[in-house]
Design a protein around this ligand. Structure first.
Ligand code: ADP
Ligand code: MG
Length: 167
């Protein structure tokens, strides 16, 4: 059998999946659903509507290591036929990405687990520019600039999702 590897073209898929039909509230609900599945007891949401607007959502759940965060940021990170926890409304392994990017062009996720701090970013314009699934790895000094960073460190574990228009 002859095959060719034919992955989806990143710029088209990233643009089309953000148009799936989220509203602001259903998008935020999908992000909070992930926090609940990660056993968070507190989810803090900040809206900053002026200048360089953003929405930041911080939870005190289990957090993710760098490797886990890479998988979380991948489109189709979990197979829809895999078994799920009863409180997990996620299904397609897309929610974090498509919900956030339906509201903004840049998704930053920072997570803290076992003392490991990791940050990753999807920037739609960068994906359009490279034509590849180019996930940006944040350096510590960039992570420290993010809203609610100090609270994340104080909690010692958790995940921070920031949807921003542009910096
Ligand atoms: N706030 C969070 N805390 C810990 N892990 C998370 C969080 N958000 C997402 N994840 C991880 O990323 C994965 C992908 O999330 P998502 O794109 O919403 O797809 P789904 O919820 O369908 O699995 C989740 O299955 C989970 O493992
Ligand atoms: Mg989800």
């Amino acid at each position: 059998m002859r095959t060719i590897n034919l992955p989806p073209y990143a710029p088209t898929l990233i643009e089309s999946t953000r148009a799936i039909g989220y509203s602001l509230d259903t998008a935020i609900a999908d992000i909070i659903d992930n926090s609940i599945t990660a056993q968070a007891s507190v989810v803090n949401i900040e809206f900053f509507p002026i200048g360089q607007p953003y929405i930041s959502i911080l939870d005190n759940g289990l957090g993710m290591t760098g490797d886990e965060l890479n998988i979380a940021m991948q489109y189709g990170s979990k197979n829809p036929i895999e078994e799920r926890e009863p409180d997990d409304l996620g299904r397609f392994g897309l929610g974090l990405k498509t919900a956030s990017l339906s509201q903004c062009r840049r998704l930053t996720v920072v997570s803290l687990k076992n003392g490991e701090l990791s940050g990753r970013m999807w920037d739609i314009d960068y994906v359009l520019q490279t034509g590849e699934w180019s996930l940006i790895i944040l350096e510590n000094d960039e992570i420290e600039q993010l809203p609610q960073y100090n609270e994340l460190i104080k909690n010692e574990k958790g995940t921070l999702v920031v949807c921003s228009i542009k910096d």
